[in-house]
Design a protein around this ligand. Structure first.
Ligand code: MLT
Length: 276
C-alpha cells in the first residue's frame, strides 16, 4: 500500500479500522471518521486492494489478500490491536482478519454482513458480473446498483447521498472490481468462525437493506456469543452513509461502553507522540 495516498488516518486514541464495501472505497466512511476522530478514536480507513486509489489489482483479489494488506498497514502505523469495522465485503475481510490475526482484534463491528460462503449460482453470477464490468464498466449497471443498495427513503429524500454513492461506483476501476468479485466468489464460509469470536461484537443491519435479509444479521448475532444486534430504520445496505447520525452515535456509545471493559479496546492502539 502507498502510505501517503491510499488510506485515511485521523484522530488519536484506540484505533478503529474501517473496511469498505463493494464497489466502493474509503470515502464511504467519511462521516464516521469526521465524527469519531474528534471523540477520542484513531480512525484508519484503507482503500482495499484494487479499489479506490489502491491500484494493486491482479486477476483475483481475495479476502485473505485484503486482510493481510490491512495487517501490513497496521504494522506500518504501529497499531497492535484495533476495532475492526466492516461493511458488507468489508465484513468478509473482517472475518478473514479475525481468523488470521485474532490477537490484533479488540472488537468487531459488522454492518450489512453475512457469513455464508458462496454457492454455485453465486459463483457463476459473480464471474458473469466480473466479465461484464471488464467489458462495459459500471455505466450500464450503476442505477440498478443504487436501487438495490439504498433505502427507498434515501433514494427519494437524500439526493446528496445518492450522488456520492453514484460517484464512488463510477470511480471504481473495472479491473479492481472484477478482481474483487472473483475474490468474493472464492471466499470461505465464515459461519464456522463465529463461535471462535471472543471479542465484543456489534452487528448492524439496515431495515430496508435490499441485498441482505434479516436472517443474515441474526445468524451472525446468534453465532457470536454476547454480540449485540442493532437495526437502523430507513437505511438500506449503505446504512452508515444513509443514516450517519444514527450510525455514528450508535457506534460511539458502543465503543465508549467498551472502554470500561477490562482488556477490551483501550490498549495497544494509541498513536505514539512522534506520530501525532
Ligand atoms: C458489498 O456491499 O460489499 C457487496 O454487497 C458485498 C457482496 O457482494 O456480497
Amino acid at each position: 500500500m502507498n502510505a501517503t495516498r491510499e488510506f485515511d488516518d485521523a484522530g488519536s486514541g484506540p484505533a478503529v479500522v474501517f473496511l469498505h464495501g463493494f464497489p466502493f472505497n474509503r470515502v464511504m466512511w467519511r462521516a464516521q471518521i469526521e465524527f469519531l476522530s474528534v471523540r477520542g478514536y484513531r480512525c484508519v480507513a484503507p482503500d482495499l486492494r484494487g479499489l479506490g486509489e489502491n491500484k494493486s489489482a491482479s486477476e483475483v483479489n481475495t479476502m485473505d489478500d485484503m486482510a493481510r494488506d490491512v495487517a501490513t498497514l497496521l504494522d506500518e502505523l504501529k497499531i497492535d490491536r484495533a476495532v475492526i469495522c466492516g461493511l458488507s465485503m468489508g465484513c468478509y475481510v473482517a472475518f478473514e482478519f479475525a481468523h488470521l490475526f485474532p490477537s490484533r482484534v479488540s472488537a468487531l463491528v459488522l454492518a450489512g454482513g453475512r457469513c455464508e460462503g458462496p454457492d454455485k449460482a453465486e459463483k457463476q453470477s459473480r464471474e458473469q458480473q466480473a466479465r461484464r464490468v471488464l467489458e462495459q464498466g459500471f455505466a450500464p449497471s450503476v442505477e440498478s446498483i443504487l436501487q438495490s443498495l439504498l433505502a427507498p427513503q434515501t433514494l427519494a429524500e437524500k439526493p446528496e447521498v445518492v450522488a456520492r454513492v453514484r460517484e464512488m461506483v463510477a470511480q471504481t476501476d473495472p479491473r479492481g472490481a472484477a478482481a474483487a468479485q472473483r475474490g468474493m466468489a472464492a471466499r470461505r464460509d465464515y459461519c464456522g468462525d463465529l463461535a471462535q469470536v471472543s471479542v465484543p461484537t456489534l452487528i448492524v443491519a439496515g431495515r430496508d437493506d435490499g441485498v441482505r435479509k434479516p436472517i443474515d444479521a441474526e445468524t451472525i448475532h446468534r453465532g457470536i456469543k454476547g454480540s449485540r444486534l442493532e437495526t437502523i430504520r430507513d437505511a438500506g445496505h449503505l446504512m452508515n452513509m444513509e443514516q450517519p447520525e444514527v450510525f455514528n452515535r450508535m457506534l460511539w456509545h458502543w465503543l465508549d461502553s467498551m472502554r470500561s471493559v477490562p482488556g477490551a479496546i483501550a490498549t495497544g492502539s494509541q498513536r505514539t507522540p512522534s506520530e501525532t
